[in-house]
Design a protein around this ligand. Structure first.
Ligand SMILES: Cc1cc2nc3c(=O)[nH]c(=O)nc-3n(C[C@H](O)[C@H](O)[C@H](O)COP(=O)(O)OP(=O)(O)OC[C@H]3O[C@@H](n4cnc5c(N)ncnc54)[C@H](O)[C@@H]3O)c2cc1C
Length: 392
């Protein structure tokens, strides 16, 4: 007898076969981290088609417009999504970060205002956390917001804001209590991007393209009620979002990795290199690493709770970020001399070359490797805590 998961698999496979056609099939799996500039318009249209079929936000509760799929069902959906070569999602930040944050910390009014736009694929989001002096040390945020005539006015600078140039809204961590320090006095505001008080300047990456930006706020406005959680208590909400950052989205990233590894193995075969013992060993180790990541991610998700990410999340992040960086090295080694030159004119990087370069950033965003080592050292191994800056 077919299980519920099998039935879902058949349903997703059928729907994808009928809809991943034309421009969507042409775009295929291109796009996503390192290639966000590719097929943006097609991917935005795809988001709406997907929503039309009820296939966005599949893990959200039905009450919030999702499908209420269990963890194993979400995995089935993701596997079929990748198998179908469906376009890479363009609103991952809205679906996996802001949406769950609003469900956990938002008011019913905020949920009613913002969740449908994410489900429908109509409103795209970006994350305004990092600043020039507040990356790993997020509590050092300096951007301020002040209530003036029933509106927040936001002033300051964010940096590395992924997809700010595509986003309609940004969730901004800012200081709303003058004179406050560290994690006290911060608030979590929802700010519309298309307004005169916001300037977005793209940052060119190693890949030669720009998917993140500097964002300058100069008395940018948002409504008084667009604060998530109590004013001054944004730290708790911001940490809640980070916990979601290491949630189910990790699994979909890994399915992309699986595709990359398959391509690398194909290249090794095509180049007649699968007999080289060292290369075989590295390919096998990469494959084993993928399995380990899957187990880590599933174990982490099974015990997932809203709040400060625990040490398990650090182990998972450290493992997959380092694994993917090493996979980039492996890809270039397998490509050999071909890996060093661009194809055609004008100069274009292949997907594997882009991945090699972009994977450098995996060990930085979402908590750098060094920071993860600190967490593991202190919270798992019980080593002495690193000296903390004491506010004066
Ligand atoms: C591709 C990409 C996308 C991003 N997207 C977003 C986004 O959408 N929104 C957003 O808000 N931010 C985003 N970021 C920013 C990201 O969160 C920060 O880069 C990250 O938090 C590190 O901060 P930083 O760059 O300021 O480096 P810093 O914190 O200044 O760190 C510099 C170096 O010092 C090390 N270091 C720092 N503190 C310690 C410590 N206590 N112990 C040991 N070593 C330490 C770090 O590991 C790093 O090697 C993105 C970054 C990248 C690379």
């Amino acid at each position: 007898m077919a299980s519920a998961d099998d039935a879902l698999r058949a349903e997703v496979r059928g729907w994808m076969a009928a809809h991943v056609v034309g421009e969507f099939a042409e775009a295929g799996a291109e796009g996503g981290p390192g290639s966000e500039h590719l097929h943006v318009d097609v991917r935005r249209r795809w988001e709406r088609v997907l929503a039309g079929g009820g296939w966005t936000c599949v893990g959200w509760p039905k009450a919030h417009g999702g499908r209420g799929l269990s963890l194993s069902q979400q995995l089935v959906f993701l596997e079929e999504y990748v198998r179908a070569g469906a376009p890479t999602r363009v609103n991952v930040i809205g679906e996996t970060l802001l949406g769950p944050t609003l469900m956990a910390f938002g008011t019913p009014e905020q949920q009613a205002r913002f969740l449908p736009g994410i489900v429908a694929g109509e409103e795209l989001w970006c994350q305004g956390y990092s600043e020039p002096d507040a990356g790993s040390d997020l509590a050092n945020v300096k951007t301020t917001a002040t209530l003036v005539d029933g509106e927040w006015r936001v002033t300051g600078q964010k940096v590395w804001t992924s997809l700010a140039h595509e986003a309609d809204w940004c969730f901004v961590v800012c200081r709303t209590e003058p004179g406050s320090v560290r994690h006290r006095g911060l608030s979590y505001l929802l700010v519309p991007m298309g307004q005169p008080g916001i300037e977005i300047r793209p940052i060119v990456q190693l890949t030669g393209t720009s998917e993140f930006n500097e964002v300058f706020f100069d008395a940018a406005r948002t409504a008084e009620e667009h604060v998530v959680g109590a004013p001054g208590e944004g730290w708790k909400v911001a940490m809640g979002t980070l916990a979601f950052e290491r949630g189910i989205s990790t699994l979909s990233v890994q399915l992309g990795f699986e595709r990359e590894l398959a391509e690398i193995i194909d290249c090794a075969r095509a180049g007649g290199r699968v007999d080289e013992p060292v290369l075989r060993d590295r390919l096998a180790r990469a494959w084993v690493g993928l399995r380990i990541m899957r187990v880590l991610a599933l174990r982490g998700l099974a015990g997932h709770e809203v709040g400060t990410p625990g040490p398990e999340a650090s182990v998972t992040k450290l493992y997959w970020a380092s694994w993917h960086r090493d996979l980039g090295n492996l890809a270039i080694d397998v490509l050999g001399a071909r890996g060093l030159v661009g194809e055609g004119f004008p100069y274009e990087l292949s997907a594997l070359q882009r991945s090699f370069l972009f994977a450098r950033s995996d060990t930085i965003y979402g908590g750098s490797n060094e920071v993860q080592h600190n967490v593991i050292g202190e919270r798992v191994l019980g080593l002495p805590a690193e000296p903390k800056v004491v506010p004066t």
